[in-house]
Write a protein that binds this ligand. Sequence first.
Ligand SMILES: [Zn+2]
Length: 274
Amino acid sequence: MGDSTVCLTYDLDAVAAWLSYDMPGFASWGVYGAEVATPRLLDLHDRYDVPSTWFVPGHTIESFPEICGDVHDRGHEIQHHGWTHRSPNDFADREAEKADIERGIESIVDLTGERPTGYRTPDGSFSEHTIDILEELDFEWDSSDSAHDFRPYALTKDPRPTLEEPYERGPKSDLVEVPLVWHRDDWMQLFPVVTGPEWVGYSQEQAVFDRWRAEIEWMKRNVDDGVFVLLLHPQCAGRAPFVSHLEALLETLKADPEITFADASTVADDYRNG
Ligand SMILES: [Zn+2]
């Protein structure tokens, strides 16, 4: 099999993750994610010299500018994750959704001097307008969709499924998809709060890492030029002992000659350039 790539991504939601929850302690969990967990994770990446992609809401950038600046200054790319971290389906109309995305772009440009090229939706969903808005605003890639587990693809403008009709894929967009799957989302596996009926809460950390390692081994044996995207949240991934499991995983992968690390922009560019 060809080279395998591991792509580590972080959603630095910080306090923005909790804006719609009326629980006083939740905001402090966001503060922890920014002020305690993020420096810890950046130190880990420095030690192993591993690149990563950080999807950061504008709300986080403007609440914690020094920490977000540190992410950028230490060589990691900052990409778009909404300004308010709201679901694209929660906006009143297309204009309101576009205004939130434009505000998020401004926050990133003010911090880094560069426009973001990539987007990750805050909740895994698109509105009927999201992909068109991303095209209008010159985004080049997205990392929210799950139509493959190991390969980038051209993101399609798929319709919502209905009870009456068979499903038909929509037309291709201009965006490359760097796909994620929720099995590789630390929050879904491990965050110890049930905030929705679909969230299982806490499970055994070693078992989660065993699964991720097994997926990577399967990819190496079965997928040419496979890409394994991991979705981590500092509020979850920065805590012990999770961070120790993550360090052990980086150590294993760093020593593996078949594995290359790349950020999500590089994965998207490689796909686009064939
Ligand atoms: Zn998020």
